[in-house]
Design a protein around this ligand. Structure first.
Ligand code: 9MR
Length: 546
């Protein structure tokens, strides 16, 4: 069966325009672009690409980049197959950017979600008792006020390393992308004189500060004492909550994002910036005194582990943010002495919550500073981007991610996005249009130009993921509950198939096919704060161009 996979949201007038044809044919075929009125407005020949490793399909590329005229309802036809409709025009990404960011308010813990601000999503405040949570016996003998923050994902745990990378990415977008200071997100704080994106991030940063113990070390996570079933609304969660032990990784996450936050919030709230910076310094020192407190892989009762036994990258990242904020020599030394500073941090996968050295490198490349050797820092980012761009260009679905052995990771969609972030930063550094076009074409994959011909963003495209694993957005299990809000990213193909639904339905799957839009497939179809954050970052870039 032939099929044409397109970006179902559309193509920017000024951007690249490619689609992927699945066919048995090995010779070039004719394609036609048909407008909303049924007229053929362009024609051409496909480019055969052979067998695509990521899907096992025989595919061709359709390039209709010559077409710049705007319109809605275009379709592409080739080999008897017709694509889903799509738009060509400017401004396609601003709504998606806004929705990707509005997602975070609905993830908030400890506060009512107002129906007037999120129609269809109002709910009572969840986990108000997080204001007084005991340590587990192996974690200490005190209690902390750890209210607020964002729920991590489909579970209602709150994890510092994942909150940390999500906060970093949103603040990084705020600092380095345009058009975010006045973006309205319809929050309870809107209109308080602070940009809405910072209002949203502060909800999580305040929580991260509360996770710091009196010693300066930071608790790795807090969550239910046992896993709850689906659905469970946050305010109805019957499980007691518990603080798990401190970790070096969590402590360095706080050091990194509190330092970054101090730099960015100073203009709006100097007292808050002072508090953030003090917490960051304390955390960095505490981590230096406790460098090998690793969060173990076995810690999976009632919450995920976020295990990490290599924190050299977190040290590098925290040092970099402290340096960029303070300019102090001791932090510069820590950056320059880090083995990660000269290492290749743009490897065959992508950066994420566990691999954070790229966060340091990207910030050192973009944020003005007097760091010696900054040209080498920038050159390393460009070299990384060149690698991801080559992967994307060689890929018939234009994916900036080709994991070794075609073994796709948990949350692969976020890895695709984080590699696009590297391309976007290379564009910032060089102005080379090839990187910009790579980012735009890379987004096609997430919005329907993939082997499943599915948009992974709820509410975007014709066929989209909408049953992401969630205890609240559990419409699939209880029709009185909502689907996830528009702009929610699904985790995406994961060769690991860790859950039973995936095991039953996807056994033997090839790469891109290792995904199912089922609420119980938590290993392929969850939603998380650290996956929507790169979606926001990359769509902010695309919105600048549109
Ligand atoms: O995103 C995390 C992924 O990188 C890990 O491989 C996986 C197993 O440790 O855990 C994922 O994180 C989950 C977390 O543990 C609990 N909340 C939901 C997260 C996304 O599935």
């Amino acid at each position: 069966m032939s099929a044409v996979a397109v970006n179902q949201v559309g193509y920017l007038s000024s951007g690249p325009k490619r689609a992927t044809l699945v066919t048995d044919a090995v010779e070039p075929l004719t394609w036609q672009l048909v407008d909303g009125a049924g007229e053929i407005v362009a024609e051409g020949r496909t480019r055969p690409r052979g067998t695509d490793v990521s899907s096992g399909q025989n595919v061709h590329t359709i390039d209709f980049g010559g077409r710049r005229q705007a319109g809605a309802g275009f379709t592409l036809t080739a080999d008897g197959a017709t694509s889903r409709p799509f738009t060509i025009g400017p401004g396609l990404y601003r709504p998606l950017l806004t929705d990707a960011l509005k997602f975070f308010y609905c993830q908030r813990s400890g506060i009512e979600i107002r129906e007037d601000l999120r129609p269809g999503y109002g709910r009572p405040a969840g986990h108000l008792t997080d204001s007084d949570v005991p340590c587990a016996p192996d974690a200490g003998d005190y209690r902390l006020d750890v209210r607020g923050g964002w729920y991590d994902a489909g579970d209602q745990g709150k994890y510092v390393v994942n909150g940390g990378i999500a906060v970093w990415q949103l603040l990084h977008a705020f600092e380095h992308r345009r058009g975010l200071d006045d973006l309205a997100l319809d929050l309870p704080e809107s209109g308080n004189g602070v940009p809405d994106l910072l209002n949203e991030v502060r909800w999580e940063l305040d929580f991260l500060l509360r996770m710091q113990a009196p010693t300066g070390m930071v608790h790795h996570k807090m969550h239910d004492s046992a896993w709850t079933g689906l659905p469970t609304l946050p305010h109805l969660d019957p499980q007691p909550r518990v603080l798990r032990p401190v970790s070096t990784a969590a402590t360095l996450n706080l050091a990194a994002v509190a330092a970054q936050g101090a730099r960015i919030f100073r203009k709006y709230d100097a007292d808050y910036a002072d508090r953030l910076l003090a917490a960051a310094r304390t955390a960095f020192t505490a981590a230096g005194d406790n460098p090998i407190r690793y969060a173990p892989v076995e810690d999976t009762i009632g919450g995920g582990p976020y295990d990490d036994d290599d924190v050299r990258d977190e040290f590098y990242w925290a040092a970099a943010e402290l340096y960029l904020t303070t300019g102090e020599q001791r932090y510069a030394d820590a950056v320059l002495e880090s083995p990660l500073h000269t290492a290749d941090v743009f490897g065959p996968y992508a950066f994420d919550w566990a691999a954070t050295a790229a966060a340091a490198r990207l910030d050192l490349a973009l944020t003005p500073s007097a760091l010696p050797g900054r040209d080498d820092v920038r050159a390393s980012v460009i070299a990384g981007a060149d690698r991801y761009l080559a992967v994307l260009r060689a890929h018939p679905y234009a994916v900036a991610y080709a994991p070794p052995g075609n073994q796709w990771h948990w949350g692969s969609n976020s890895m695709v996005l984080n590699n696009l972030v590297v391309l976007a930063v290379a564009h910032d550094l060089t102005g080379e249009p090839g990187y910009r076009d790579g980012v735009l074409e890379g987004l096609d994959y997430l919005l329907g130009r993939n082997a499943l011909r599915l948009s992974y963003v709820t509410g975007y495209g014709t066929d989209y993921a909408e049953n992401q694993h969630s205890r609240w957005y559990a419409h699939q299990l209880d029709p009185s509950l909502p689907h996830p809000p528009r702009g929610t990213l699904a985790g995406g193909p994961n060769s690991g198939l860790q859950d039973e639904v995936a095991q039953a339905r996807l056994a033997g799957c090839v790469g891109q096919f290792c995904y199912v839009d089922d609420i119980e497939s938590w290993s392929t179809n969850e939603l998380t704060i650290n996956w929507n954050a790169p979606l926001a970052w990359v769509t902010a870039f695309a919105a600048e161009i549109g």
